[in-house]
Design a protein around this ligand. Structure first.
Ligand SMILES: [Zn+2]
Length: 408
């Protein structure tokens, strides 16, 4: 008996001693989202106090990076602004292979950023996503000024980049009539963090699933460029935004990438939809500022994307011959079609308004006004007409096919 007890004791001791080694090695279980947030908050406290430890920045860490998988080490995905005053690793006092960072002006969530977030949460296996806005954000300021009617010309690729900030600015302006610009910008910076979560949850079934299953959590935070401090925003809000996205019939449904509808139709031996060339780009880099309400064109883009998702789903069902699903899809499809048409009309109306504004500006000018504005309007109008010309016949064609097959 004493011998058995001794063996048991030795075994227990070995297991206890091995435990920490196993837990700290490669492939160890990741900390919980709350533990990751606490770890980031501690690092930020050191940074803001001027006492950073600069961990994981030595040669040992580099050697480890060269031979290990980041998926076993990185703990957080951070979506932040490109602003030079927001150095993510420094402000959280973390180092190499610690955080998976996406930086883009205005910390917006367009397709590229959402794809990067999906990669960070589902392939790098980070338990926490931080959407980090910051004080004095130039992108939010530019959108707010444009909405207030005193924006300035922006290079051609900036308006579509910052368009997702539009709804946050519009909401803040509606809730704070008459507030001065600085107040609006400050509020819009926070509203934009929530808008980003809304855009992310609406567009990414994979992220919704990761959060619902507890694999990952999402937190909003604001960084003060003057003090270096990170303020963590309302922890209950992300779950509310997720619930709203879950209830939105227009949310994206297919988590995995699928071949576009055209390819599926072509496989069935039917006519392939021809790609329509877009109008040639202007040589001049500078375009007019975004119209006062940038929302319609962004809305139209999102509605078109949803419609295309739906088209893909219909084509998939057709390919598999699943007649039962056709009716349900057909109904969803009609709603989306109306949505796109309504938003296209809104976009055309907003373009017409802008055309009028430019017309007035041209007639007010006393000498040699440039025709670049006109050219921009004509090109944008042409693009919208081409987009509609391309999409509406496809809608009608597939709709007819859905009906025809439902009747069989
Ligand atoms: Zn910024």
């Amino acid at each position: 008996m004493p011998k058995t007890r001794l063996v048991a004791f030795v075994l227990a001791f070995c297991l206890l001693a091995a435990g920490p080694v196993i837990a700290s090695g490669a492939g160890a279980a990741k900390p919980s989202p709350a533990e990751v947030q606490a770890w980031l908050a501690e690092g930020n406290a050191r940074f803001a106090a001027g006492k950073p430890e600069n961990p994981h920045t030595d040669l040992e860490r580099l050697g480890l990076s060269g031979k290990e998988s980041q998926a076993d080490y990185a703990r957080a995905t951070v979506l932040s602004c490109s602003d030079s005053r927001v150095p993510v690793e420094r402000l959280f006092d973390v180092g190499v292979m610690d955080v998976f960072v996406i930086r883009v002006a205005g910390n917006v969530a367009n397709t590229d950023e959402i794809g990067s977030i999906e990669y960070g949460l589902l392939h790098v296996n980070t338990p926490l996503l931080v959407v980090l806005g910051h004080s004095q954000c130039g992108a939010v300021t530019a959108v707010t000024q444009a909405a207030l009617g005193h924006g300035h010309p922006l290079e051609r690729n900036i308006p579509p980049l910052v368009a997702p900030i539009g709804p946050a600015v519009a909401k803040v302006m509606a809730e704070n009539p008459g507030a001065d610009e600085q107040v609006l910008v400050d509020k819009a910076i926070t509203a934009n963090v929530w808008q980003v979560m809304h855009d992310l949850f609406t567009a990414s079934p994979a992220v919704r699933e990761a959060v619902k299953s507890g694999k990952a959590a999402v937190a909003g935070a604001l960084y003060d460029v003057g003090t270096g401090k990170v303020e963590w925003l309302d922890a209950a809000r992300p779950a509310q935004i997720l619930a709203a996205a879950e209830a939105d019939p227009a949310r994206a449904m297919n988590a995995m990438y699928e071949a576009p509808a055209e390819e599926m139709i072509a496989e069935k031996g039917e006519a392939k939809v021809e790609a329509v060339p877009l109008p040639a780009q202007e040589a001049t880099p500078v375009v007019e500022p975004a119209p006062a309400k940038p929302a319609p064109s962004a809305d139209l883009g999102q509605a078109m994307a949803r419609l295309h998702d739906s088209l893909d789903a219909v084509a998939g069902v057709l390919a598999k011959g699943e007649a039962a699903k056709l009716e349900e899809l057909s109904a969803r499809f009609e709603g989306l079609q109306k949505d796109v048409e309504a938003k296209a009309n809104a976009t055309l109306a907003s373009l017409a308004e802008r055309e009028k504004m430019l017309e007035k500006r041209l007639s007010d000018a006393t000498s040699g006004s440039s025709s670049a504005g006109w050219l921009a309007v004509i090109l944008v109008l042409a693009a919208v007409v081409l987009l509609l010309g391309l999409t509406l016949p496809r809608i009608r064609k597939l709709e007819a096919k859905v009906k025809e097959l439902s009747q069989q």
